[in-house]
Design a binder for this molecule. Structure first.
Ligand SMILES: [Cu+2]
Length: 167
């Protein structure tokens, strides 16, 4: 047949109103079905790609310990300067706290001396013009005598003092 002979089929000829009312009855169910299918597919895809994860019941998260900050006074290192001269250590009494980080800096002013602290395992030689640094162990408390350990002349026996470590 020729294009001119073409006729609308009865269904196509129906007025739009009739058609929409016929489809309108099934519309809510169709929408609900599509929505449900969409949700199921979406959920399944999410699970399979790890986007949705089941709630972990057995394994608590790994705990990472945060270091406990020390008291500021103890955490900060302290340097105590001392001089060794003929014939005295200055200062000759050093007071520090248990656990404190202390470096003793001894400078030789005159003569050659030795700083010996038997109770703390320290014995250093201090030559005139030089500076020696010693880290003091502060884990135990007490009064630790020190003395010059090198024969330095007539006042050698006077060269003594104490390191006092307090709680
Ligand atoms: Cu001496």
């Amino acid at each position: 047949m020729t294009p001119l002979q073409w006729q609308e089929s009865p269904q196509q000829a129906q007025p739009p109103g009739n058609r929409s009312s016929a489809v309108g009855k099934s519309d809510p169910w169709f929408a609900i079905s599509i929505t449900l299918i969409g949700l199921i597919i979406g959920f399944w895809l999410g699970r399979s790609r790890g986007v949705i994860r089941p709630i972990a019941l057995g394994n608590p998260p790994t705990q990472i310990a945060v270091p406990v900050p020390k008291a500021p006074a103890l955490a900060k290192a302290r340097t105590i300067k001392m001089t060794a001269a003929l014939w005295k250590f200055t200062p000759n009494v050093v007071r520090i706290k248990q656990g404190e980080k202390v470096t003793l800096e001894i400078t030789g002013v005159s003569g050659t001396h030795g700083l010996s602290v038997p109770g703390l395992g320290i014995n250093e030689t201090i030559i005139q013009g030089n500076t020696v640094s010693v880290t003091l162990p502060t884990d135990k408390t007490g009064t630790f005598d020190f003395r010059c350990s090198i024969q330095c002349g007539s006042g050698h026996a006077d060269m003594k003092g104490q390191i006092v470590i307090e709680t």
